[in-house]
Design a protein around this ligand. Structure first.
Ligand code: PLP
Length: 382
């Protein structure tokens, strides 16, 4: 039986364009810092990729730093911003990825958590009030927000928050990992000083990403060594990964025109589930969401059981956030939304991407409804 892959938010299978670009760059076989012709060709490939990736998020090309992924990009922005003396106090939303939360906690700055609503939307009103009583002794307000949440798919009001941050002379870091290719990501429109992206969430290779910097973004280097990346991140550039990232960004942006197609697949999946099991909960249902993520919970049907049952039925999904240890733990995102332990520890995520088709939604619904019936039989209605 063919398997159905609905875990694009964890890693999206590599796109042909990206795989081709990786293979081609691997064959260049030279160091982009070398002065000979081979090195200059490698340098041209890196700089060409830099311009294309920067263009994809409407950022200045000379401010784009290639990294080993979004985790490093987020750490670089937060630790690098604090080390540059920009701030002594970070404001971080409760639903940020662990990369942001852990970077903030280890930065040496004080950390305050911005709450979210029950629908999983960052409370901009709270942020505005907090910024209004900012103490200049803490330096500039440094605010970290994600554009799309990786567990719920809820789109965050970052543009609105950006206006408040700018008015307070603050700095805004945007985690655009799950937004890129799903909604427009525009550094200038968002008013962001830093934007983090990752290749493997959009059909590029894993282990490469970027931090886009606006002209005025304070940053002290965190990885010391050579002068690569304009002195912002030492180490020989990952030429093939960088070429794969650029190809994936361009292909993902082309796919923005296809988003209605994916939206229809997602709706088909959710309405199939809700028709069979009206007692199922689609998390964040009432908030604006990207077309590619469904977070689903059913009382009595634990996340681990769901993921295993779906895997046996040939459908790959994640339990809330996929975590590195492979263990399922209660979701800090759902907990921040006020969900009880049953939901926070019981939700699964089905995430679509560039190769998802309507039949995938049907396979999901069929397998999920059967497994749900075994684990948590629907109550007979009177
Ligand atoms: N931010 C978000 C929203 C993510 O979903 C992820 C990946 O799980 C990351 C950051 C980290 O990205 P990477 O795997 O490139 O380090």
């Amino acid at each position: 039986m063919n398997r159905v892959y609905l875990d694009h938010a964890a890693t999206s299978p590599i796109r042909r364009e990206a795989a081709d670009a990786v293979a081609e760059a691997l064959r260049l076989g030279a160091n982009a810092s070398s002065v000979h012709a081979e090195g200059r060709r490698a340098r041209m490939a890196v700089e060409d990729a830099r311009a294309r990736v920067a263009d994809g998020v409407n950022a200045p090309a000379d401010g784009l730093v290639f990294t080993s992924g979004a985790t490093e990009a987020l750490n670089l922005a937060i630790h690098g911003g604090v080390a540059a003396g920009a701030t002594q106090r970070l404001l971080v939303s409760a639903i940020e990825h662990d990369a942001t939360l852990q970077a903030a906690r280890t930065s040496g700055a004080e950390v305050e958590v911005i709450p979210v609503t029950a629908e999983g939307v960052t409370d901009v009103g709270w942020l505005e009030q907090r910024l209004a009583r900012w103490d200049a002794a803490d330096g500039r307000p440094f605010v970290a927000l994600m554009l799309v949440n990786n567990e719920t798919g809820v789109i965050q009001p970052v543009e609105e928050a950006g206006r408040a941050v700018r008015a307070a002379n603050g700095l805004l870091l945007v985690d655009a990992v799950q937004a890129l290719g799903k909604i427009p990501v525009d550094m200038a429109a968002l008013g962001a000083n830093y934007i983090a992206i990752s290749a493997h969430k959009i059909g590029g290779p894993a282990g490469v990403g970027a931090l886009a910097l606006a002209e005025d973004a304070p940053l002290a280097r965190r990885v010391h060594g050579g002068g690569q990346e304009r002195g912002r991140r030492a180490g020989t550039e990952n030429l093939s990964g960088i070429a794969g990232l650029a190809a994936a960004v361009e292909a993902a942006l082309c796919d923005l025109s296809e988003i209605d197609r994916l939206s229809a697949v997602r709706d088909r999946l959710e309405s199939g589930v809700k028709t069979a099991r009206p007692d199922a909960l689609i998390v964040g249902d009432g908030a604006p969401r990207v077309a590619t993520i469904t977070c689903l919970a059913l009382e009595g049907f634990g996340a681990e059981t769901q993921v295993m049952a779906m895997d046996l039925a040939g459908v790959a999904v994640s339990a809330g956030a996929a975590c590195s240890s492979g263990k399922v733990r209660a979701s800090h995102v759902l907990a921040a939304m006020g969900a009880g332990p049953e939901i926070a520890g019981g939700a699964i995520r089905a995430s679509l991407g560039w190769n998802s088709r309507p039949e995938d939604a049907d396979r999901f619904v069929d397998a999920w409804v059967k497994a749900a019936e075994r684990a948590a039989p629907a109550r007979a209605t009177a």
